[in-house]
Design a protein around this ligand. Structure first.
Ligand code: CTP
Length: 478
């Protein structure tokens, strides 16, 4: 019988409390898997054969902490010195076809383990004093851990039907652990991908972000694509895949597979940054291409894909229930991702550089990470040349920023002052006037200083006010 060495003193204490209370307890699931994989974690799950709530309360008293009880699910959570200890009663679960809510009854440890998602998550460790650390492995989870295989303990159709969220978890664990998803799972998920529709968006999104956080997120995203899950959870991304070839005048016009390119860019960013929203922007920087694709005499073009991509992001954020405070950042990166490249080709003026720095704001460094990651050419000579070009633009931006102190840039004449001088309430014309002052600074007409900006404003305000026109003023409520 294989035993594992448990480092966490708290697990030994739970074993002693179980002995004192007279109950059979096992450490299970992700905790056992992660101990065996040498991964650190703070969540420890315990399966209790019997009254888990009573036992959790007993442990709570011993540790001088109060347990949070979920009576309906027979589970209890106990926060202790940074750990989350979760106690669940062994259970037998049966699911009705269109629901995630199982019919639960008390079961044996075997019942409990076989209802779990993957063999590597269906390992238990005995906490009985005489068997402390002994592993219970009913489904060859240890072999699967060794061979890096993700496989369901039961027939995959049963396991995934019991809880279709597990289809997302399959992609997530494959990416997170870099395990190979067994063919039987791939087949089952492909056949039943539409069952993902009964899962709440929050839980899908949670798994999606765990995929994005992996060292190589493309592993999980390729599984989502291959199994057809992607078209349910992220149709816009799904739409990017495929290559179209058109023949005209004896010539072939082919574009790259935008989906595969996006995965490459994402993996490139993941090599250098853990920032989730930067990774998401990398994945979606070309999202507008599916709608803007045109064939011209010179080949395929995607004019306006940056703007269209930024525009549809707001619907995507709402549908996927992403936190909206990251929307503007993602839109900014999508909108600007081609810009530095355009500045490489031109004889670059300070004002073009300034405009980029101003529009990118505090996302400027991330924009350059994205742009460099976007270089996916296989030609090493070209790759080196493109990377070097970006370094040149980045250097120019730095120089202009230092010169102008653009990082804190906004019109030195503030909105309140514009309102007072022009006798305007808060309204669109105030923003337009502020924009004109900012433009003058960005174009180098005046320096980024208060006195110069005020003078310029006073000289031009009447002209601007008449340009803005009656229509805008008629909307103002004084
Ligand atoms: N589990 C399951 N099916 C699910 C969710 C969870 O079978 N849909 C089981 C698995 O045995 C899993 C355990 O419950 O190991 C704990 O679930 P959870 O904390 O969500 O996952 P972990 O495996 O612990 O992994 P992580 O904490 O990294 O998400």
């Amino acid at each position: 019988m294989l035993k594992i060495r448990i480092k966490e003193a708290i697990v030994k204490r739970i074993s002693e409390y179980a002995e004192e209370f007279g109950i059979e307890v096992y450490a299970v699931g992700g905790y056992v898997r992660d101990v065996l994989l040498n991964r650190k974690r703070k969540d420890i799950d315990f399966t209790v054969v019997g009254d888990s709530i009573a036992f959790a309360k007993f442990v709570g008293e011993k540790l001088k902490r109060s347990a949070i009880i979920f009576e309906r699910f027979r589970t209890a959570m106990l926060p202790y010195r940074g750990y989350q200890l979760e106690f669940v009663g062994t259970r037998k679960e049966e699911y009705l076809p269109n629901s995630r809510k199982p019919i639960v009854s008390i079961g044996t440890i075997e019942d409990d383990l076989k209802r779990r998602d993957f063999t590597i998550n269906a390992l238990a460790v005995s906490l009985l004093e005489e068997k402390f650390g002994e592993i219970i492995d009913l489904f060859n989870g240890l072999d699967d851990l060794e061979n890096k295989i993700l496989r369901t303990p039961l027939d995959p159709y049963t396991t995934y039907s019991d809880d279709p969220l597990r289809m997302m978890r399959a992609a997530r664990f494959s990416a997170q652990l870099e395990f190979h998803l067994h063919q039987s799972s791939l087949d089952a998920i492909t056949q039943m991908a539409d069952r993902i529709k009964i899962i709440s968006q929050e839980r899908i999104t949670d798994e999606f972000f765990k995929i994005l956080s992996a060292n190589k997120p493309s592993i999980g995203l390729l599984i989502l694509k291959k199994t057809g899950l992607l078209k349910y959870i992220f149709p816009e991304l799904d739409n990017l895949s495929g290559v179209e070839i058109i023949e005209e005048g004896g010539k072939q016009y082919k574009h790259k597979d935008v989906f595969l390119h996006s995965l490459k860019v994402l993996d490139n960013v993941a090599l250098v940054s853990d920032k989730l929203w930067l990774r998401f922007a990398a994945l979606t920087h070309d999202i507008g291409k599916y709608k803007t694709k045109r064939i011209t005499p010179n080949g395929w073009t995607f004019h306006g894909h940056e703007e269209f991509g930024a525009k549809i992001m707001s619907n995507i954020f709402r549908r996927m229930k992403f936190p909206l405070d990251n929307l503007e950042y993602v839109q900014r990166l999508i909108r600007l991702h081609q810009r530095p490249m355009q500045l490489v080709d031109e004889v670059v003026t300070d004002s073009a550089i300034r405009r980029l720095a101003f529009q990118a704001g505090d996302a400027l460094e991330d924009l350059f990470i994205l742009c460099k990651a976007d270089i996916t050419t296989k030609n090493p000579y070209l790759e080196a040349q493109y990377l070097n070009n970006y370094d040149i633009v980045a250097q120019k931006v730095l120089e202009v920023q230092v010169k102008d102190k653009l990082r804190e840039f906004q019109s030195p004449v503030r909105g309140e002052e514009i309102m007072k001088i022009c006798n305007l309430p808060p309204s669109k014309p105030v923003g337009i006037i502020k924009g004109k002052i900012e433009d003058a600074i960005l174009d180098g007409i005046i320096p980024n200083e208060y006195d110069a900006a005020l003078k310029y404003f006073l000289e031009n305000k009447d002209k601007w006010l008449s340009e803005i026109g009656k229509e805008e003023f008629s909307k103002i409520r004084y």
